[in-house]
Design a protein around this ligand. Structure first.
Ligand SMILES: Nc1ncnc2c1ncn2[C@@H]1O[C@H](COP(=O)(O)OP(=O)(O)OP(=O)(O)O)[C@@H](O)[C@H]1O
Ligand SMILES: [Mg+2]
Length: 319
């Protein structure tokens, strides 16, 4: 294996999936380097799950190609599967066994010895904070606990690469925050490359170093959350004036856009520009700095809001 393949956990070329006449995934070129935590963000039907299902060898691409952990997803399925973990959207561990036993059976299914599987299960139970519930029947666990157990299942064979399809959908905000914390810690402790999908803008923003925005089966943006926001939207400094004449002057001085007695200045760095404008302009009556969210980015790129779409799945998925 040469070094570039070794450092690249995922590399796709024009990856495409058609379901009859639906272009679910439409020519995706994606690279993920070893150790990255990447979020695929996009509305319902954008093609996130279909992309993950191709990368995890569950469905074959219609055209294009993908290398995962150094192996082709079509020709070298077995090698890919041994190196990855996958937690699908809304799937989960069985109900009647104890969590710890589920984990050990899963490890055995990957060819681990009982001893190795037991010891790895113990480690994961600790890192995912499942110590108090691991010896209870799975059916008695809460939604958040189940999700953490699912993640442990995906990690039992110590995969280099973990795919999580909407890990936190259906969880309440507190459990969601808790799960995010666990994912970030896991990654640090086990050195796992993680690709997850989410509808939650704040989640993508706070957890991922790189956000890949997907819409209609295509990648429409791919960058750090910070760059996406400064590049596509920017901060807005909103200045309010007592009179329209003052606003006209201020719009001229700052190059901002005026509407009535208000002037909006777009900038990369609102918190630093705002005090400078106050000093320069002198007569400002009201000042506000608005920093963009990833939803603003999506809105700028597509003319649509992600937020409207994001409420549906959480209600449909059982916690
Ligand atoms: N097995 C299938 N047969 C036919 N169409 C499918 C199938 N799976 C997905 N699709 C279609 O492909 C498109 C992409 O679906 P996909 O599940 O990848 O979206 P997603 O981004 O994961 O959406 P969500 O956020 O709702 O989970 C959708 O239009 C969907 O209806
Ligand atoms: Mg999906």
């Amino acid at each position: 294996m040469n070094s570039s393949v070794d450092d690249m956990m995922i590399e796709t070329r024009e990856l495409t999936k058609l379901f009859k006449d639906v272009r679910a995934v439409d020519g995706i070129n994606l690279t993920v380097a070893r150790g990255e935590l990447v979020a695929l963000l996009g509305p319902n039907g954008a093609g996130k799950s279909t992309t993950l299902r191709m990368l995890t060898t569950l469905i074959p691409p219609t055209s294009g190609s993908a290398q995962v952990a150094g192996f082709d997803v079509v020709r070298r399925q077995r090698e890919v599967r041994l190196r990855i973990g996958y937690i699908g959207q809304g799937n989960g561990a069985g109900h009647s066994q104890r969590g710890r036993d589920e984990l050990i059976s899963q490890g055995r299914a990957y060819g681990m010895t009982v001893k190795a599987a037991r010891s790895r299960a113990g480690e994961l139970i600790d890192s995912l904070g499942l110590g108090e519930v691991a010896d209870r029947t799975v059916s008695t666990l809460s939604g958040g606990q189940r999700r953490r157990l699912d993640i442990a299942m995906g990690l039992i064979h110590a995969p280099e690469l973990l795919f999580l399809d909407e890990p936190s959908t259906g969880l309440d905000p507190q459990n969601r925050a808790n799960l995010q914390e666990h994912i970030v810690r896991l990654r640090a402790e086990h050195d796992t490359t993680i690709v997850l999908t989410t509808h939650y803008l704040d989640e993508a923003d706070s957890m991922a170093e790189r956000v890949i925005v997907v819409d209609h089966g295509r990648i429409i943006a791919d960058d750090t959350p910070r760059h996406l926001k400064t590049k596509h939207v920017g901060d807005r400094v909103i200045l309010g004036f007592a009179t329209e004449a003052e606003a006209v002057d201020a719009a001229r001085t700052t190059g901002g856009a005026r509407s009535g007695t208000e002037v909006v200045v777009t900038t990369e760095d609102g918190p630093h520009l705002a005090p400078r404008l106050l000093t320069e302009l002198g007569t400002v009556a009201r000042l506000e700095v608005r920093r963009p969210t990833l939803d603003d980015v999506f809105l700028t790129l597509t003319g649509r809001s992600l937020r409207e779409d994001s409420s549906t799945p959480a209600e449909l998925v059982e916690a």
